[in-house]
Design a protein around this ligand. Structure first.
Ligand code: TRP
Length: 330
């Protein structure tokens, strides 16, 4: 039996942060032996919100690639590739755009949240409204079975499944209907429900130890707690949420002592800084090797992208055949 496939990935808007790690990156590294894994660096999707600065993509493609490799995505096991260099994804996007309604796209809750965040108002770009269609092409061009992502991506997976069902019913069973593997999102340092670079509330995988310390010290805690002996409410505390996500072994003890007022926020934050720096240290040192020689990273991306294009060509041939638009043998 051939292995089942994973397709997942990120927008190159900057370096990856802890939210990406818990949302998807840790899962892709963990599952790459069991699944044939494709990791997309979605530069074209980044243009749907940042079309005025394409010159930033180059550095951020490199950042995202380095963060993936540093987090354990192994280029000998996984295919790491650049979206804009796989033309079949663009071709599929156009074909799929007829299988979706504007109505469906405008009701997509993640599109709504992001549109508000970017303040599009009456001038929402067509490409932004349509990016879930392009994401469906990202997922299906290699006929992926599983998509490990953060839970805010669930509407996009649902949209992809709808497109696949419609395509297969209309033209023939060519596409694979993917399943999502959803991870809860990570709160931001400021208590916002999502850690995000654009909200300025993120700890980056590449942050040096002192920066991690500075950021954790700035994190929102239980506002009702003035003195270290006050009884705390871990459920409203960002630092506690991070202990849960990254320092699970210590959680029962910290929770009990916070509620009892026998651990203050200062030592509690110190424990978190230690745990995070321990988690990030091997990621930092692997990243440093790639930073020293970015040509290694471009080589990995070149090989991965070539592999993705082969997969794209195979899927497009099936799609053309199913749609009876394989007129010429070119
Ligand atoms: N929309 C995803 C995000 O913002 C990134 C992404 C693009 C993606 N294409 C994808 C994720 C395909 C999973 C599968 O994080």
């Amino acid at each position: 039996m051939p292995k089942k496939r994973i397709l997942t990935g990120d927008r190159p808007t900057g370096p990856l942060h802890l939210g990406h790690l818990v949302g998807s990156v840790a899962n892709r590294a963990r599952l790459q032996d069991e699944y044939e894994t494709f990791v997309i660096i979605a530069d074209i999707q980044t243009l749907t919100t940042h079309h005025d600065h394409p010159e930033l993509l180059r550095q951020n493609v490199l950042n995202v690639a380095m963060d993936n490799l540093a987090s354990g995505v192994d280029p000998n096991k996984s295919t790491l590739f650049i979206q804009s260099l796989v033309p079949q994804i663009a071709e599929l996007t156009i074909i799929y755009s007829n299988l979706v309604t504007v109505q469906q796209l405008s009701h997509n809750p993640t599109i709504k949240t992001e549109a508000a965040q970017y303040n599009f108002g009456e001038s929402m770009p067509y490409g932004f409204l349509g990016y879930p269609v392009s994401q469906a092409a990202d997922i299906t061009f290699c006929r992926a079975h599983l998509v490990p992502v953060g839970e805010d991506q669930a509407p996009h997976i649902e949209q992809t499944r709808k497109i696949v069902r419609k395509f297969n019913a209309l033209y023939g069973e060519v596409l694979v209907e993917p399943e999502g593997m959803l991870a809860p999102k990570l709160v931001g340092l400021d208590g916002n429900t999502k850690m995000s670079k654009s909200l300025g509330n993120a700890i980056f995988l590449s942050d040096p130890p002192e920066e991690v310390k500075r950021k954790v010290n700035s994190a929102l805690t239980d506002k009702a707690r003035i003195h270290p002996t006050d009884k705390g409410h871990p459920e409203v505390c960002v630092v506690f949420a991070y202990h849960r996500a990254f320092n699970a072994d210590a959680v029962p003890d910290i929770e009990e002592r916070c509620r009892a007022g026998t651990i203050g926020c200062v030592p509690c934050k110190k424990l978190l800084v230690e745990a995070l720096n321990q988690l990030l240290e091997p990621i930092r040192s692997r990243r440093a090797a790639y930073e020293k020689d970015p040509s290694l990273v471009w080589e990995i991306l070149k090989a991965g992208t070539a592999r993705a294009r082969e997969e794209g060509a195979a899927t497009m041939a099936l799609v053309r055949q199913a749609m009876r638009i394989n007129y010429l043998d070119l």
